[in-house]
Every structure is written in structure tokens, then in C-alpha cells.
Design a binder for this molecule. Structure first.
Ligand SMILES: *Cc1c(COP(=O)(O)O)cnc(C)c1O
Length: 320
């Protein structure tokens, strides 16, 4: 697939578009965390973003650029998670009709939340049907614009605004650790760093069970894997996107992995010591610092805490 080159200035423009709509989330620090990591850590808390994750940024950046024609026909996407809610909320704020394709066995809570924002939810069988095919077909039939969860320039640039704000707030950093699923957040963050903190090493962190990003990075081409078995449900992707990979290979320094057990330790740390609820996927980047997966001793380190959407029952089970 052809990808057009993206720049730090594209993230700056996205920041202008979402400025008065997305929350400017806080940056937390913790002496205890610094002691454990032996570094100075800055946590950018996207668990406190609208819909509980950074995905609102990319969704709003994409939808706010729709033409009159596109707005009339509406937006369509497929997602079982935070991107569904992000598109649904952004669409409702911009008065655009939204259709979300979700697996029929998705948690009822998530389906209800998405419907609650006024989106139409269509379900499919994730074991026998292909959501990307359904999405493409439906988009064509209904003349709707498809905004996928990560493989899209406007989504990438929107996601990059979280890191941009972090650099604005704390200045240049030595290392930026970023949660990695399909690569929207990582690519956007790397673009932001390329403009704001040129010597910052940007590191992607993905679940050990689904290290397709690391494999792709090492191999120099996108590697496909089976759906990984991990508690990091927001990173259960089989391959990173084309646009994403294009940016990642140019601007990312390395990709490392953490185990589910390390994610649980990190969730506990956040709850006990920093008083915040972070979903398993949202713990990826912090786990790499607190569990000393990536060497950061003595450095100034940014950590994107990507989301906090975990139902209380699962949360209780994880931290028990
Ligand atoms: C989607 C998501 C990720 C992964 O983001 P990508 O852009 O797909 O890499 C990480 N954390 C949370 C909370 C998410 O919702």
C-alpha cells in the first residue's frame, strides 16, 4: 500500500483541531516509581482522557476533517474496544452518523456504552466472519467513510498529540515508552518526538505473547501472527498497520516486550501507589520502566499511560 510521509507538523495541526474538545490530561510523577526505576519518570495519564483512553484524539482528528459530503453519509468502523467508543463520541459531538461493527460476543457493557453515544452497532461472528471485509462492503454500500482503528494518517497524528502535550509540559526527554498494539499511538508519539525532542529514544512496548511489532521491526517488513493470548486486550492485533510501520521504521528506536505477570504488577502499583485505575494494555509502557525491561537508569523518561477501561470485576481479579 502507498503511504504518504507524515511529519511532526501534522501532529501539531491535529493538536489545534482537538484542542478545545479533548482533555489535556495530567502528567503524574511518583518518587516511589522513580526509586524503583532508578530514573525520573513522567506519566502522561490518558486513562483520564474522554472515553477513558487516548483513542478519542485520533477519532476526533479524523472526523473533524470530513467534507460536507462525508459528514452526510457518516462514518463506519470496526472495533471491540476503545476505538468504537472514541468514534461514537467524536461522531456525536460533530453530528455525524456512526456505524460500529462489533463482535457479537463483545462485552455487553461495551456494546451498551457505544450505543449510548448514539452509534448504530452491527454485530458479526468473529470466528467465521472477517470484520475488515464486512466494513469495506458496508462502507461502499452506504457510501460511508471507513476510519480504521490505527492504520490511517489522521488517526496516527491525533494519537501523537498526547506525546506532544507531554513534551510541552515537561520539556525534552531521553526516552519515551509507548504502549503498542497496531501502532497508531507509537507512530504518532514518534512523530511528536521527532519535532519536540530530537534526541529522545522512542520505544514501543508490546505484550510478550504478541510480539509481531518487534518481529516486524527487526525484519524490516510487517510480520503477521495469530491473535495473541494476553490480558492486554487493546494490543491483541495480528499485525501493525502500513502507515504505522512506515513511521515506526523511520522514527522508533526499538520495540521491547513485557509479560502478563509484569502487567499485573504494574496495575497493582498504579492502584496502590499512584491511586489510578489503568487497564492491562495501558500498563505496557510503565511495565517496561518499573520492571526494568529497558535500561533507563539516570534518565528522564516519558511514559504514556494509554487507557483505564477495565471493568471492576476483572480489575478486582487482576489485583487480588
Ligand atoms: C488501542 C489501545 C492501545 C494500542 O494502540 P495502537 O494505536 O493500536 O497501537 C493501547 N492502549 C489502549 C488503552 C488502547 O485502547
Amino acid at each position: 500500500m502507498e503511504t504518504s510521509q507524515l511529519y511532526a507538523s501534522d501532529v501539531q495541526q491535529a493538536a489545534q483541531r482537538i484542542k478545545h474538545v479533548a482533555h489535556r490530561t495530567p502528567v503524574l510523577t511518583s518518587r516511589t516509581a522513580n526509586q524503583i526505576a532508578g530514573a525520573e519518570l513522567f506519566f502522561k495519564c490518558e486513562n483520564l482522557q474522554r472515553i477513558g483512553a487516548f483513542k478519542f484524539r485520533g477519532a476526533y482528528n479524523a472526523l473533524s476533517q470530513f467534507s460536507e459530503e462525508q459528514r452526510r453519509h457518516g462514518v463506519l468502523t470496526y472495533s471491540s474496544g476503545n476505538h468504537a467508543q472514541a468514534i461514537a463520541l467524536a461522531a456525536s459531538l460533530l453530528n455525524i452518523r456512526a456505524v460500529i461493527i462489533m463482535p457479537e460476543d463483545a462485552p455487553e457493557l461495551k456494546i451498551q456504552a457505544t450505543k449510548g453515544y448514539g452509534a448504530e452497532v452491527l454485530t458479526y461472528n468473529r470466528y467465521t466472519e472477517n470484520r475488515e471485509e464486512i466494513g469495506r462492503k458496508l462502507a461502499q454500500e452506504r457510501n460511508m467513510t471507513l476510519i480504521p482503528p490505527y492504520d490511517h494518517p489522521d488517526v496516527i497524528c491525533g494519537q501523537g498529540t498526547a506525546a506532544l502535550e507531554l513534551f510541552e509540559d515537561v520539556g525534552e526527554l531521553d526516552v519515551l515508552l509507548v504502549c503498542l498494539g497496531g501502532g497508531g499511538l507509537l507512530a504518532g508519539s514518534a512523530l511528536a518526538a521527532s519535532g519536540m525532542s530530537k534526541n529522545c529514544q522512542v520505544i514501543g512496548v508490546e505484550p510478550e505473547a504478541g510480539n509481531d511489532g518487534q518481529q516486524s521491526f527487526r525484519k524490516g517488513e510487517i510480520v503477521h501472527i495469530d491473535v495473541p493470548d494476553t490480558i492486554a486486550d487493546g494490543a491483541k492485533v495480528t499485525h501493525i498497520g502500513n502507515h504505522n510501520f512506515d513511521v515506526i521504521r523511520r522514527h522508533v528506536h526499538d520495540i521491547v516486550t513485557v509479560s502478563d505477570a509484569q502487567l499485573i504488577e504494574t496495575m497493582k502499583f498504579f492502584a496502590e501507589r499512584m491511586k489510578i485505575v489503568v487497564e492491562p494494555t495501558g500498563c505496557l509502557a510503565a511495565a517496561a520502566a518499573l520492571q526494568r525491561v529497558y535500561p533507563i537508569a539516570g534518565k528522564r523518561v516519558g511514559i504514556i499511560v494509554s487507557g483505564g477501561n477495565v471493568d471492576l470485576q476483572s480489575f478486582a481479579k487482576f489485583i487480588a
